[in-house]
Design a protein around this ligand. Sequence first.
Ligand SMILES: Nc1ncnc2c1ncn2[C@@H]1O[C@H](COP(=O)(O)OP(=O)(O)OP(=O)(O)O)[C@@H](O)[C@H]1O
Ligand SMILES: [Mg+2]
Length: 354
Amino acid sequence: MKVKHKISGLVRFILMLIFLVIMYSAAFFITDYIYKILDWELNELLNQIINSIFGLILTGLMLSIIRKIALSKGWMRKRDAFGTIIEAVERIATGDFSIRLDDDDIHEHYPVAKLRESVNKMALELDKMENMRQEFISNVSHEIQSPLTSISGFAEILGNEELSLEERQHYLGIIRIESKRLSRLSDNLLQLASLDAETIKFEPEVYHLDEQVRNLILACEPQWAVKKVEIELVLDKVSITADKDMLTQAWINLINNSIKYTPEGGRIKIELYQESKKVLFKITDTGIGIAEEDQKHIFERFFKTDKSRQRSKKGNGLGLSIVKKIIDMHHGEIEVDSKLGEGTSFTVLLPVKQ
Ligand SMILES: Nc1ncnc2c1ncn2[C@@H]1O[C@H](COP(=O)(O)OP(=O)(O)OP(=O)(O)O)[C@@H](O)[C@H]1O
Ligand SMILES: [Mg+2]
């Protein structure tokens, strides 16, 4: 498109140059002829000036005639700034977000230039959102597809009457785990959607954070007790103004991760401190750890450190993105510190008052 414009511009320029030369020559010969007929003797400068003026008038006339003919025949496109922008907006409305208006497409004057810039920005943002939407759909389909494949595969195997009771229990166990994973995926997706759309009301209240954390650890006892994970709590008495339900979800996701990614017999320590205007929550485990290059991605939706998805049975990669969203809504910060094979700690800083 750009190359086509450049070629047609060049052709127009060459044509104009040729006409200019013809017009100047014509003007020169005509005036020269008139002078000869009238037998005038003007000095050279005057002669040149008259020649030039006459030549320019003729050139202008000729060019405007040529332009009119070229426009009517469609050899030339009228430079219509608003027309170009309207055309672009119409294409965007039909879902073509790849459109970008070039500087030379339209005149560069305010507010036209500003409008062009805004149209380009809008198309770029829509393009990005469309890519994110497609990536999201493909991630969701993958997360649905893999447990479903296991469930249908093992259900098929269970149809075999020669299976021992032990084998049957094993396959049923896998089906149960995969079903739970599907159900958690649906819960997490719903939660993210309502956090994004802000349909969940942000309702801060004053409450004791230390009590909340202690109760959650007790509620998770079946998970950590079965893995013989040792829990250490160092909890200051902390009163905070925050959305209790949202923070419950954030702490549960962090605690569940620590339990999930810590092998049997490991340790988890949870600390809660009140600083001058902030509250510090820290959860440290002696689990598998997160590689440095993965640490900057763990808050992204669907990100799992295991690329081969071998461990994907353990989750869908949404938990931490929900945590991050909730902490952001509280104007807080979350940081990760981890060493592969040694353990991980997540630190959350929250303002005391919302
Ligand atoms: N405490 C931890 N120790 C080691 N790796 C962790 C820890 N917490 C998170 N990760 C890594 O970060 C990834 C993203 O965590 P996230 O909680 O978002 O997803 P998930 O646990 O895989 O699934 P779910 O959506 O069920 O929470 C995990 O897949 C895991 O690889
Ligand atoms: Mg998780």
